[in-house]
Design a protein around this ligand. Structure first.
Ligand code: ZN
Length: 81
């Protein structure tokens, strides 16, 4: 009888440990998207070629954004005339 009780206690500890680890990893997973969202910068779409560049790397001109000065020039050459 003593052995069976020991096995039941061991099984309960094992289940409790699994549940605890599951909760721990779930809370870590819940933390990471929020942390990456904070790090994620505002992205600007280049009006010339359409690629996305971080806001601080983008060239802006009258509400339009460009990946490079070259594309800003190209776009304005095409659309100013
Ligand atoms: Zn571009």
């Amino acid at each position: 009888m003593g052995l069976i009780r020991l096995l039941i206690i061991a099984a309960l500890i094992y289940i409790a440990w699994r549940v605890f680890k599951n909760l721990l990893s779930r809370s870590q997973q819940a933390d990471s998207p929020a942390a990456s969202q904070q790090r994620q910068e505002l992205m600007r779409k280049c009006a010339q070629c359409g690629i996305h560049v971080p806001d601080h790397e983008a060239f802006s001109h009258s509400g339009k954004h460009f990946c490079s000065q070259e594309h800003q020039r190209l776009y304005l050459d095409h659309h100013d005339h």
